[in-house]
Design a protein around this ligand. Structure first.
Ligand code: FAD
Length: 469
């Protein structure tokens, strides 16, 4: 009999826990369920759907190299998964299904449903904690709670880490060809937005491995110094690949071990700082699982639910379209819309600008990001937004509000990033680009600031002070 592997956000054949476990049992058949309606309901837009579709194609090729057929079904909604998978199991004569866990609540509910349906049918369905080093629940506070603060989580992560946890899972050897043909992969239907140029984000494991190698060879050691400078490609740009599992965090960590004398927490400062970001990624997954209210549009800090967010369509549109008159915010928003990715420093600046300066509900920004990000991933996106809005874990104290102009001067000192994304400002002297003075704007096609920093800051402070804890 054959064993099924259900691929989701783990689009790779190397170091894949579910695939490795299934292959140990015998011949494997791979399944992919395309849930366009639910992914769109969750807010993912054309950029990620296109990247995902190309990732599935690459996966199909890699599986073909192992003689593993890939069956493809369109299901639209998660709640159809159990029935379709059981149907496939009966059809190919499989007794067991393996998959890798996903952690947002709808995915958890879906997978529980699948497991229950398989058990009821006398078959087995096994989930693997593949996308994290520790399963949610394995790292808890002294009181037995999920961590709501990063630093102690990170300390526990490093303390309890053993070699086994991040050992690479076996890649199966090519199996004897089966009498089951792969399905042709359907093209993506037309979506509301046009995806960004696919050459920006070549999909698949090979492209991901190549990015990791180039990052570690050329930029990893400088990461600590360069990671905050958006004009420099100082970060790995692996987030889309990690989000859809075209590379695993174990592959990243193993590569760091090789480069850093077998260490993750000490040694090269750049690599250690990079590992820390991978731990943040894991932290937010534990948060989503341990505090599922955040998956239901709720604030992590319950008392902030009462905040009087403003309805201001004009301001929201200006933010989305990069017309706020704050160059660093506008340049960042253009980078997002035009490339499907935004630098981390800029995600923090733009998110704080929306939620504090404009006092617009962070959930609107969260949704706009998800619609455009190729790396759109619920846990990290929600975590980042709630952090910026001071409603989340590790919440930035509400009174610490970034001054966008100061941030711009500090992290884009030569105005290089601003000039790249706002060509109108390239004509101005570099120092004048951060907050173009009115007299210089005369001949330049660039808007005046839509809010005054000081006044907007005071308004935000007042709104937060009005909350009772
Ligand atoms: P690197 O600096 O090379 O980091 C390596 C990897 O670590 C990243 O690829 C990512 O997987 C992980 N990582 C890095 N920073 C964080 C972080 N703060 N939280 C969680 N994981 C992190 N990241 C996403 O993957 N998807 C999102 O939808 C997302 N939305 C965000 C929204 C906001 C408001 C903020 C402030 C951050 C968000 N992030 C998100 C986190 C971070 O900005 C991106 O992961 C990072 O910019 C991706 O670039 P990189 O791959 O070059 O990162």
């Amino acid at each position: 009999t054959v064993t099924l592997v259900w691929f989701r956000s783990d689009l790779r054949v190397h170091d894949n826990s579910a695939l490795a476990a299934a292959a140990r049992q015998g011949p494997v058949v791979a399944v992919y369920l395309r849930c366009l309606a639910d992914w769109q309901r969750h807010g993912h837009g054309a950029n990620q759907l296109d990247f995902r579709a190309r990732g599935v194609e690459a996966l199909g090729d890699d599986l073909a190299g192992l003689n593993i057929p890939l069956l493809h079904r369109d299901i639209g909604h998660f709640n159809e998964a159990a029935e379709v998978l059981l149907d496939i199991a009966r059809h190919v004569g499989a007794h067991a299904l393996h998959f890798n866990h996903e952690y947002p609540v709808d995915e958890v509910v879906r997978d529980r449903g699948v497991a229950a349906a398989f058990t009821a049918a006398g078959l087995t369905a096994t989930g693997h904690h593949d996308a994290v080093t520790f399963a949610p629940g394995e790292l808890l506070t002294g009181k037995g709670d999920y961590y709501g603060v990063f630093t102690p989580f990170s300390r526990a992560w490093h303390r309890q880490l053993g070699d086994e946890r991040i050992a690479l899972r076996d890649t199966p050897a090519p199996q004897q060809p089966l009498d089951i043909a792969s399905d042709p992969l359907p093209t993506l239907p037309a979506l509301a937005d046009t995806p960004v140029d696919e050459r920006l984000w070549p999909a698949g494991e090979t492209a991901a491995a190549d990015r990791l190698e180039r990052f570690l060879r050329f930029r990893g050691h400088h990461y600590k110094r360069q990671r905050d400078i958006p004009a420099i490609r100082g970060t790995s740009e692996l987030s889309p690949y990690l989000a859809l599992g075209m590379i695993s965090h174990r592959q990243c960590l193993q590569a760091v071990l090789t480069e850093n004398d077998g260490q993750l927490a000490e040694g090269d400062a750049g690599l250690v700082a990079w590992v820390n970001e991978l731990v943040w990624r894991e932290f937010y997954r534990h948060v989503a699982y341990g505090f599922p209210r955040v998956c239901r549009h709720r604030a992590f800090q319950a008392h902030t639910e009462a905040l009087a967010w403003r309805d201001d369509e004009a301001a929201f549109a200006a933010w989305c379209e990069g017309r706020t008159g704050y160059p660093i915010v506008d340049a960042a928003m253009r980078q997002l819309v035009e490339t499907g990715w935004m630098h981390n420093r800029l995600r923090m600046i733009t998110a704080m600008f929306l939620s504090k300066h404009l006092l617009i509900d962070w959930r609107r920004g969260e949704a706009f990001f998800l619609r455009h990000l190729v790396d759109g991933e619920f846990c990290a996106n929600n975590g980042g937004w709630q952090w910026a809005a001071s409603t989340g874990t590790d919440a930035a104290p509400y009174f610490r509000i970034f001054n966008p102009t100061t941030q711009s001067e500090r992290f884009d000192p030569d105005g290089t990033f601003l000039a790249e994304w706002l060509p109108a400002l390239a004509e101005l002297p570099a120092k004048a680009r951060h907050a173009p003075p009115t007299d210089l704007l005369g001949g330049v096609d660039y808007p005046m600031p839509i809010v005054d920093h000081k006044a907007a800051r005071a308004r935000a402070l007042e709104a937060f002070k009005a909350l009772s804890r």
